[in-house]
Design a protein around this ligand. Structure first.
Ligand SMILES: [Zn+2]
Length: 154
């Protein structure tokens, strides 16, 4: 997990300043809604961050267009990483909230080239609940999807 914590005070978001060109970054790509730049930490060579240009703290704060644009840019970068670094694997990582391991509170998505035994770890403690429990969770989510604002986007 990333161990960089954004030290900037509220209102001076480090990624907003980076988007505005107030602090340097190795920029790779930008379009109307997104910016991609090299992650300072470079977990593996070619590791890129995709962010949205407007300040939005988490995935939950994006417009559907911004969410789509972020994934479009991430896929383009993944294709470019495959061409230029040829890693055998690529992992996307997107964290929301402190408990979700988010460290910079401006939406971003990591595109990480992966190699065998590269030291990246993510624990995945399976709970394997009974089928009835899965159905109950699905019922809850289906009900939430009917709420205003969660309708399918065109
Ligand atoms: Zn910001």
């Amino acid at each position: 997990m990333p161990n960089f914590i954004d030290p900037t005070p509220p209102g001076q978001c480090i990624f907003c300043r980076l988007v505005a060109g107030e602090i340097p970054a190795a920029r790779v790509f930008e379009d109307e809604l997104t910016l991609a730049f090299m992650d300072l930490g470079q977990v593996n060579p070619g590791h890129v961050l995709v962010t949205v240009k407007r300040h939005a703290a988490t995935l939950l704060d994006l417009t559907p267009d911004e969410a789509a644009a972020a994934m479009r840019t991430a896929q383009r970068l993944a294709l470019a990483i495959k061409q230029s670094f040829d890693p055998p694997g690529i992992t996307l990582l997107q964290a929301n909230g402190k408990e979700g391991e988010q460290t910079v509170f401006h939406f971003h998505l990591h595109v990480v080239p992966r190699h065998a035994d590269d030291g990246i770890a993510f624990t995945w403690p399976r709970k394997d609940p009974p089928r009835e429990q899965l159905e109950e969770y699905a019922t809850r989510l289906r009900a939430a999807l009917l709420l205003p604002g969660l309708e399918p986007q065109q």
